[in-house]
Ligand binder design. Structure first.
Ligand code: BG6
Length: 474
């Protein structure tokens, strides 16, 4: 391992961290907030919903960012963040989702968050919808299956775009939009149980989301031409399990299923392979002429989460068991996995950066990456810390691959490490699956003081930002 003294990242590269409202804010019924779909998935977005919110849902309190945002943003500033990704909770602003007028108290909260970011010169990167659609829209309309959702989303987006267009330049429409294939309720607020969901309805929902995203992109540009709108997808390179051509075709099809979303976002129409998929599977959707026009409002940049790669195989036996992540997939025998079965593959990040850049020639933004791990809080003088060398190793090795991709000529806008402060996990709703540079004293049973502590990785990341990557070990 060696270190160089010259920066590996350009001066313009944005450095920071990423979060989502439902995983940090808590205050799930304060300030006039309505319920979101997260309030009925206390076991995580991959599990079944329950009928009512439960008191043991860790997201009810989250990490209490709603009350502690100033302290948290001060810590981000101490690390040298130049960007902070967070989502606005749709149900804080439109509690049911289908009202005519917004909830002023909800907006006032985001005014305060933005004030605080501005104090430190940290640029906001706002996700409009991060797995937290108002519950009423799921129950009353069956979520994105219903075309009315386009109008509701537009009204919400117009409200925040008009209010914040001079304060927030970079916007993302739907978090990990391609996850709807795997978690229709968590991602698309589709209330129909997954086992009963017809492919027609699923793809109609996807179509509505894509149209809504494109319409909001146009709206943003109309409100302020300086705004930049990105899509957000799960990036997961898929490797063939064997060199057999059947495995290569299987991978091609799996890639198409994942990449269709960003292909439409970037190109403005459904590619030929998607049309063939719809034909072969008798999927008939309502696509109006106006929809086709709307889709032509393409994104300014492509953002994505990257945690792991997977393999795929034409042999159904190899697929049994699968990898422990939203997309499933076949485990790669050459890679190690986290305790939650997410396989660690830093080079896969360079692969997707090159693949996406070659495919779209649009600036890319890595808006999620990190290692979920258990941490142990240990005494450190008159305070406590976590010696999270495993997290440092993970992030170091991924950032080295980002630098490689920059050398490959890929246009990369920035990097926001996921869960820069410990938060409630999306897939398992645990606190113990931690990603942060900042430890939050809260446990899976809900106990804890919510006090914040700097981990070893806090100081490490501050150095990486300060030296623009020169401090990375290679
Ligand atoms: C992404 C989501 O899927 O992965 C985040 O956008 C999520 O909301 C992150 O938290 C990590 O997943 P998990 O399940 O470990 O929290």
């Amino acid at each position: 391992m060696s270190q160089s003294t010259s920066p590996l990242f350009p001066q313009t590269f944005l450095w920071g961290g990423a979060t989502a409202a439902n995983q940090i804010e808590g205050a799930y019924q304060d300030g006039g907030k309505g319920l979101s779909i997260q309030d009925v998935t206390p076991r995580g977005i991959m599990s079944d919903r329950v009928e009512k919110p439960t008191p043991d849902n860790l997201k009810n309190i989250g990490i209490d960012f709603y009350h502690r945002y100033a302290e948290d943003i001060a810590l981000f500033a101490e690390m040298g963040f130049t960007v902070f990704r967070f989502s606005m909770a749709w149900s804080r602003i439109f509690p049911n989702g289908d009202e005519e007028t917004p909830n002023e108290e909800g907006l006032a909260f985001y005014d305060r968050v933005l004030d605080e970011l501005e104090k430190y010169g940290i640029e906001p990167l706002v996700t409009l919808s991060h797995y937290e659609t108002p519950l009423h829209l799921a129950e009353q309309y069956n979520g994105w299956v219903n075309r009315d959702m386009i109008g509701f989303f537009e009204r919400y987006a117009r409200t925040v775009l008009e209010r914040y267009h001079t304060r927030v330049k970079h916007w993302l429409t739907f978090n990990e939009i391609n996850s709807v294939l795997h978690i229709p309720f968590g991602s698309g607020a589709i209330n129909t149980p997954t086992a009963d969901l017809e492919p027609n309805d699923l793809y109609q929902a996807i179509h509505h989301e894509l149209v809504a995203s494109a319409r909001v992109t146009r709206l943003a540009h109309e409100i302020n031409p300086a705004l930049k709108v990105g899509c957000m997808v799960i990036a997961m390179p898929i490797y063939p399990l064997t060199p057999h051509p059947d495995d290569a075709i299987k991978v091609m099809n799996a890639d198409h299923a994942n990449l269709m979303f960003s292909d439409v976002h970037v190109r403005g129409y459904y590619p030929g392979y998607a049309q063939r998929f719809f034909r072969d599977n008798n999927i008939t959707m309502t696509i109006t002429d106006q929809d086709r026009e709307d889709l032509k409002n393409t994104v300014d940049f492509v953002s994505f989460s990257y945690y792991m790669s997977i393999c795929d195989s034409a042999d159904p036996r190899a697929r049994q068991g699968g990898a422990g992540n939203i997309m499933g997939g076949v485990p790669n025998p050459t890679l190690q996995a986290s305790e939650w079965g997410w396989q660690i593959d830093p080079q896969g990040l360079r692969v997707v950066l090159n693949q996406f850049w070659d495919r779209w020639q649009k600036p890319l933004f890595i808006v999620e990456n990190g290692l979920g791990a258990r941490d142990e809080l240990t005494p450190d003088g008159d305070t406590f810390t976590v010696h999270d060398d495993y997290r440092i190793d993970y992030l170091n090795d991924h950032l080295v691959q980002v630098a490689q991709a920059l050398d490959d000529g890929v246009d990369i806008m920035g990097y926001t490490a996921w869960g820069c402060i410990d938060l409630v996990s999306a897939s398992t709703a645990q606190m113990s699956k931690r990603y942060g540079f900042i430890y939050v004293d809260r446990n899976d049973d809900g106990s804890g003081t919510l006090k914040r502590y700097r981990k070893k990785s806090f100081h490490w990341y501050a150095d990486v930002i300060r030296t623009r990557g020169a401090s990375l070990s290679r």
